[in-house]
Every structure is written in C-alpha cells, then in structure tokens.
Design a protein around this ligand. Structure first.
Ligand code: GLA
Length: 861
C-alpha cells in the first residue's frame, strides 16, 4: 500500500465536474466528480465535498477539501472496465456525529473484498487506503452500520480518487443492485446479484444485508468451483467436468391470478450450454411460497446429476429450532424438536415408494427459540414428493442452509440434451404468529390448490376392514348397508379381499395383481354390490393396490420380470408382496387398465389407493444398467402420471390416499386425492396427538379418522376424536350394542351439523395432547358466525374452562353441546348466549374431567 502522503501530489487539471489529475504518470479521477445519484445513503443523500449533513468534511478534527459524505448503510458500484490501477481515500466518521456512531468501510472488486477498514468509531483518525484495482471490472464501495444500527453513521470517503490507466474512460457509476425475490404479505425472500454476477440470498431471519455477499450466501450453490459446504447442485458435464458455475442471466415475473405471482430466475454456466431456473410461486395472503428448480442443457451428451435440490434456503442460525416428524407403521408423525448446532442434520428416506413410512417430508423451523401456537416466527417446509427425499440442514456457523429435495443417495440421473428436469416442489409457509397461524395458511392453500376438490364436502364413510377383515361375501357386505344407512353413513367402502380367483385374496398371502372379483364371494361382481348400495341411497367405493403383486398370483406367473428386484438376489417380501416396476411401459399400461376397469364399474364413485410395502431391492429389469439409479425418480414420475390420469379420467370419483397407514402423505400425491389415511392405528388416544401433528401441515378435512372397535375405549370418546377430522366408521354395525349404535348415530348427525365448519373453517389448536391431560381445539367458519369446540380428556384432571380462539369478539354465540354422552350433566353454559369476547376471555367449562370423556360444543347464533 502506498503512503497517504503520495495523495498530496495529485494536481487537479480539469473543471469541477470531472477532476482528473496526473499522478505517477496516470490519469486520476475524484470520486466526488462522478454521478453520486447512484450511491445509496441510509439517510439524506451523498454530498459532494461535504459531510452528509452539509458541512465541510472533518474527521477527528482534520478537515478535507474534497471527498464524499454519505450515511450508512451506503453502497456504490462502478464499472471500471478493467482499466483501473488504484483506488485511494481517507475514511472515517464525520465530526458532525460528535463522537457517536460506528461504521466499517469496504472496497470490493468483482465481488471479492479488497480492503476493509475494520470498525471505526467517532473521533477516530481517518484511515488511509490505497488499493490495487488492476483488472477489476466492477468496483464496490460500501459503508456498513458496524452491526449496531445506523444512528449517527455519517461516513466520509475523503480525498477519494481513482488512478486509471492512460486514456482509460471514466469509471461509470452503476445503478444500485436492488434485492429482489418472491414476496408474500409477510414473507419475502431476498436475492441479490453480486458484482461477480452470482446470485446470492440474504439469510432469512438476519438483519438487512450489511456485508457484501460471500460464497456462503450463494442462492443455489454449485459444487466444484469454490463452494465447500453442502451444495444444491452437483453435476458432471458431458465432457466429464465435475464443476458448475452459475451466473445470473435474467428474471421474469408472471401474475398467475389474484395475489399469486410466479418468479423465475434464470442462471447460466458461462462455459457450457447449461441453465438452471429457480422458480418461486408466491401466494400473497397465505405467506406461502412454492419453490422448484428447472434444469436443462444442450451439451454434446447426457449430463449426470448427483444432486439437485428443490430449495436451498438460507437462514440466520440464531436460535433456530427444528421440529420434525419420525415414526413407523402404526406410529406415524411423532414430533421431535431440537436446537440446530453446527454440522449437518439430515432427515431423509431411502424407501422409494411408501417413502414416508419412517418420516414425513415436512418440518418446522422456529426462528425465536421454540415457538408456540400463537407466538414466534416460524417457517414450515413440506416437500411435495412421494419418493426418497432428503432435507439437510447445513449449519456452517454463519448461516443455516435448508437443502430439500430428492434424496441424492444412490440416485444419480442422466439428463439428455434438450430435456428439462423439474425438481419436486418445496412448499414454504411463514408465520409471525406461531404455529396456529402457520397451519391455517397451509390449510387455506391446500383447499385452494393442494387437494382435489378442496371446497367440497367429504362423505361419511363406512369401511368394512376392521369389521370383517378378509372374511366376507356378498351378503355380509350387503348386510351392512341398512344399518349403515340407518346410522347416517353416506358411502360404503369395500376394502381388501374382493378379488383373485385362481389365488383368492382370502388373506394377505395371495391374489394381489389379479383384479377380477372373486366369483365365489361376489358371484355378480362389483356392480351388483354398488347397485345394492345405490338402491339404499349409499355411494359405493372400492379398495385397490395397483402397484403391487403377490408371488402367488396369476400376474406373477405370467410376468415374473415385472417386479422390482435385484438379479442374483433372493426375492425379499414385505407383507408377502413385491412392487411392480412402473418404469416398464407394459406395467404402466397394466396398472392403468386395472384402475380403469375398477373405477368404470357402474356405481363405483370412491376408491382407496393403498401401497403396502417399500423398496428394499431397487433393481429394474427395464432400465439399462447405467440407468438403474433412475428407478427412484422414474418410478415416482410414472406413479404421478398414473394418478393424474386417474384424477383426469374420473373427475367425480373421490380418492383416498393410503400406504399401510400414513406411509405416503405429501402434497405431490395429495393433488390427485381428496383425503388420506393417516395410520392403521385407530386407537383414539394415539390418534389425538397424531391428528394434531398432521394438522400442522394438512387440513383436518383431508385427515381421515374412523371409529373402530378400539378395545375397551368408550365409543363416545372415539366418535368425538373422529368428528374432529374427516369422520368415518369402520365397525360391524350388525354387532353394535344398542347404546353404542345410538352414540354413533348421534355422532354422525352431530358431525353433519358442523361438518362444513370442520372441513372449511379455521383450526385453532388450544391444548396440546403431548403435554397436558387433555386436548382441545376449535374450528371457526369463514364469516365467524359458527364455531365448534372439541375437548378430549385423556387423563383425569379438573374440568377447567377451555378458551376458544378466533371468534368474532362482538358476535353472540349460543353454547350447545352436540351428541352429549349418556348420563353426563349438561354444560354449565348450555343454551346460554355470550359474545365472542366473553367466550375467548372466560372460556367454556366442559362437562368432562375424567379420562376418556369428551365433549363437542357448538357455538352458533
Ligand atoms: C393397509 C391399509 C388398511 C387396509 C389394509 C388392507 O394396511 O392401511 O387400512 O386397507 O391395507 O389390506
């Protein structure tokens, strides 16, 4: 660095606007002579040869005739065209701050920090800089607020000038780089194009950007060219180069509908015909952003992808808590909350199909310690992908990157030139007011976009699975119809066991794949069952598991090579079955024919699509040896195409998503379904917390909840639990006691009264079943004229009042218990009317305090 005394040799040769001087034989340009309208200032505007308050520049008692007075935070970018030699200045806090304030000055060249002053406080002498800028194209001048706010931060670039090469053009001030990104009402992601032309993100939860962005902050980091943490993208180009460099190309915004905007940011590799588009769909009112990535190239051969995240969001690491949901068959959606520390926390699945068996691809990040139902800034993520996935939280000490998408494990993928690869969608929801607000946004969005027919009422269904298992015939099923109708059910669902002739499906060991009705059990086929239901005003639905085959089946005998298996390995079974290889076109045609045949049976208007195993031997006899790793991705795409065709071709058929319980619950599959079966565990005491936890992300109208013969638990309690979600019954109604029958009929009638409130209303979770002896929640309809509150007593406790939420404070509500339990006293407030404010303040005293008691309270005008 040259000594500051050398500056005094500068002689001004030109007029006041452009003052060039000859120093050491080169051209010098004063910063104050350039167009300062391009310099930003945190207060007022930058001043020529004066401090920002308009008085002569003075630093620690020393006056400077020349320079620029600005105010933190301040930025300026200048295009030097690579023709600069040196930039020099004396910098400090102006004496007008009277000793207050603190700032830091930075000089960057093409995105790299060339010089930084360190923290400068008031009344400190000016610091000199003389920086070599040879070859720099874009020079950045920046004043930070010293990380303590911008008060009194009057910052002077005194005697600041450039030495340019002989006969070089003047530095050209560039417009400031404004951050941009998808923006919803309270939720914005901010990106910035750096001076190196890379795309950067301002970490969510951090203060507004102060420092120039660094490689840690890259929006969609690529492996192999300088980035050393977990990358979002790792590819081998057609020529074998394992590095990628993505530079900003362009951005487009499309208004897709009321309060819905699509933002597409295109990035390109300067050395390859390879482009990546980051896509964001922001739903304004919902504070919800859908994010995915599209990748395409025109290289000379296929490009091999090792990883390609859907989202690589950056968060500030302060106090970040992660809540995630692990589980197993019968124990789905069990929450754990942990504090994120440096290192990488990975949540993933390698199960291929029924991939959510052990963990749902949804999680919650709390930004201010642990959040509550009503407080805290939270960001929830839900990956719309039914196959193997990975959500990795990479904490590098400076930021936390949430990398979510396809599981890169064993899934490399060859993409041919001209094809576009689209990653799964990641759904992000933001709330400033805790978990309740977050869930209501998810639910509202799901009704509009996430589920099929999210604004239509779901029927009360009677299933035969827990009632009969595999043991039924035509008359046993038809025998359920009259009691079903009498109890108020609207739809009968015939579960597993209706098909297979050579190998009848009388247990789970045979028949899967042979989708012809069993002639002995159902001599007249499905149509007669559907017709008998129709005659009684009931709808009829059917169970199917199109992706699977039992080795004991005619299908397997005919096509043993249609299954997913590894050559030279003994076949491994789960529930005695194998997965059909959906990447094979004949299998796709076969499954589509099965679905068409079943759903075209006259009178069939509902189906439960099951999937009872996952992949353990991921080999395909269809895919080429170098494409075996495509199975994970191609299977799921083929599955979606089948589901999509089903939804398109049978628009009036309602579909339940099931995978041995909740083994496949995500917003990609759900777009083709009306609802999902959350678990084969129907014990109401297990279901309560499980429904609570699913409801963080999925609306109760989609969470199917059936009353079954669940051991010795009181029927009234079981009914109330089911009524708080998508209600159904799975009971042998013929064998039901008179008392239980009356309770069930009362529950169905009560549920129908408030069904629309439960389906389409706002959910308020009031008392958490994980940490209290009771669980309580309430729903409020859209115009807040009605609400329904559920109180479930899991253990004995005092019947203290429960305070509903979300009511209209000035509206009056009459309190009425629905389907009261036999022999329990009436509510203290029964039939009385209160304002919403009174109810939310004083609460309602439930008439249950003993374990396994519940009450359902209707609030209406
Ligand atoms: C799975 C489902 C059950 C039932 C059985 C039938 O386990 O989760 O609800 O349909 O299959 O075999």
């Amino acid at each position: 660095m040259r000594k500051s005394s050398s500056f005094t040799k500068v002689v001004c040769l030109a007029g006041p606007m452009v003052c060039a001087a000859s120093v050491f034989g080169a051209e010098t340009v004063w910063l104050s002579s350039l167009d300062l309208t391009k310099m930003t200032s945190g207060w007022s505007v930058p001043k020529v040869d004066l401090g920002v308050v308009g008085k002569p520049i003075s630093i620690d008692g020393k006056q400077f005739a020349r320079g620029v007075g600005t105010h933190a935070k301040s930025k300026m970018r200048l295009d030097l065209g690579g023709a600069g030699k040196r930039f020099f200045a004396q910098v400090g806090l102006d004496d007008s701050t009277e000793g207050h304030g603190s700032v830091e000055f930075l000089v960057t060249g093409d995105g790299k920090v060339l010089w930084r002053s360190g923290l400068i406080a008031g009344r400190q002498p000016a610091r000199s800089l003389d920086v070599d800028i040879t070859g720099v194209r874009i020079l950045g001048l920046r004043v930070t607020d010293g990380n303590d706010g911008t008060g009194y931060d009057h910052a002077d670039w005194a005697e600041a000038g450039f030495v340019m090469q002989d006969s070089a053009s003047l530095p050209v001030p560039l417009p400031p780089l404004e951050p941009f990104g998808p923006k919803a009402k309270n939720f914005a992601l901010e990106f910035e194009v750096g001076d190196d032309n890379r795309l950067y993100q301002h970490a969510l939860g951090a203060g507004s950007a102060n420092e120039p962005p660094q490689r840690f902050d890259e929006a969609y980091p690529q492996w192999g060219d300088g980035y050393v943490w977990e990358p979002a993208l790792q590819v081998a180009h057609a020529d074998g180069n394992t590095s990628t460099t993505l530079l900003y190309d362009s951005v487009t915004r499309t208004n897709e509908g009321p309060a819905r905007e699509l933002l597409r940011i295109k990035l390109r590799d300067p050395a390859y015909p390879f482009e990546v588009t980051l896509c964001f769909r922001a739903h304004d009112e919902r504070d919800l952003v859908e994010q995915w990535v599209e990748i395409k190239h025109r290289e000379s051969g296929p490009v091999k992808f090792e990883r390609m995240a859907s989202s690589a969001l950056l968060l500030s690491p302060t106090n970040l808590h992660l809540t995630h949901f692990f589980g197993d068959w019968g124990k789905e959606m069990q929450p754990t909350t942990e504090f994120l520390t440096p290192g990488t926390k990975v949540l993933d699945s390698k199960l291929g199909v029924r991939a959510h068996q052990f963990r749902n691809p949804s999680f919650i990040l709390s930004l201010d310690d642990a959040s509550s139902e009503t407080t805290g800034r939270v960001l929830a993520g839900s990956l719309a992908w039914s196959g193997s996935f990975q959500c990795a939280f990479d904490h590098n000490g400076r930021s936390v990157r949430a990398l979510c998408g396809l599981n890169p494990f064993a899934s490399s993928y060859l993409l041919a030139a001209g094809e576009t690869f689209t990653t799964p969608r990641m759904i992000w929801v933001w709330s400033n007011q805790g978990l309740g607000n977050m869930s209501r946004k998810f639910h509202a969005w799901a009704r509009d976009f996430g589920l099929r027919d999210g604004h239509s009422t779901r029927a009360v269904l009677l299933n035969n699975w827990y009632a009969t298992g595999f043991d039924f015939d035509f008359s046993r099923i038809v025998g359920l119809y009259d009691p079903a109708r009498e109890i108020g059910a609207e739809l009968l669902l015939l579960d597993d066991g209706w098909f297979g002739n050579k190998y009848p499906r009388v247990n789970d060991q045979a028949g899967l794949g042979d989708w012809q009705p069993n002639r002995k059990r159902l001599p007249e086929g499905l149509a007669s069952l559907a017709a008998a239901a129709g005659k009684r005003g009931l709808k009829f639905g059917i169970w199917l598991e199109p992706e699977m085959v039992n080795p004991k089946s005619e299908l397997f005998e005919r096509h043993p090579n249609w299954v997913i298996a590894q050559p030279k390995r003994e076949l491994e079974f789960q529930r005695n079955q194998l997965v059909l290889d959906l990447t094979r076109p004949e299998v796709q045609q076969f499954e589509w024919r099965v679905i068409q045949d079943i759903l075209s049976v006259p009178g069939v208007s509902y189906a439960k699509w099951d999937c009872n195993r996952y992949l353990t031997q991921p080999g395909s006899s269809w895919l080429a040896p170098d494409r075996q790793s495509h199975l994970w991705i191609d299977y799921v795409h083929a599955l979606y195409s089948l589901m999509d065709k089903t939804a398109q071709s049978f628009p009036k058929t309602e579909l339940m998503l099931c995978a041995g319980g909740g083994g496949r619950v995500d917003y990609a599959a759900l777009q083709y379904f009306h609802e999902f079966w959350p678990s084969d565990n129907t014990d109401p005491l297990v279901r309560l917390p499980m429904q609570w936890d699913y409801s963080y992300f999925f609306p109760p109208m989609a969470i199917v909840s059936h009353v079954t013969h669940s051991d010795s638990l009181p029927m009234h309690f079981a009914c109330a639990v089911a009524m708080s979600a998508n209600f159904g019954l799975d009971l042998d109604l013929v064998k039901l006691s008179v008392e239980d029958e009356a309770i069930c009929a009362g529950a169905v009638a009560a549920y129908k009264q408030v069904r629309d409130v439960v389906h389409f209303g706002d959910l308020y979770r009031l008392e958490n079943p994980h940490d209290s002896p009771r669980c309580a929640l309430n729903f409020v309809n859209t115009n807040r004229s009605q609400a329904v509150m559920f109180v479930f007593q899991m253990r004995d406790s005092q019947a203290l009042p429960v305070r509903p939420q979300g009511l209209d404070p000035v509206k009056r509500y009459a309190v009425r218990q629905l389907n009261p339990a036999p022999a329990r006293p009436a509510l203290l407030q029964e039939a009385k009317s209160f304002t919403g404010e009174e109810l939310m303040r004083d609460g309602i005293v439930p008439n249950c305090g003993r374990a396994m008691e519940a009450c359902v309270i209707h609030l209406s005008p």
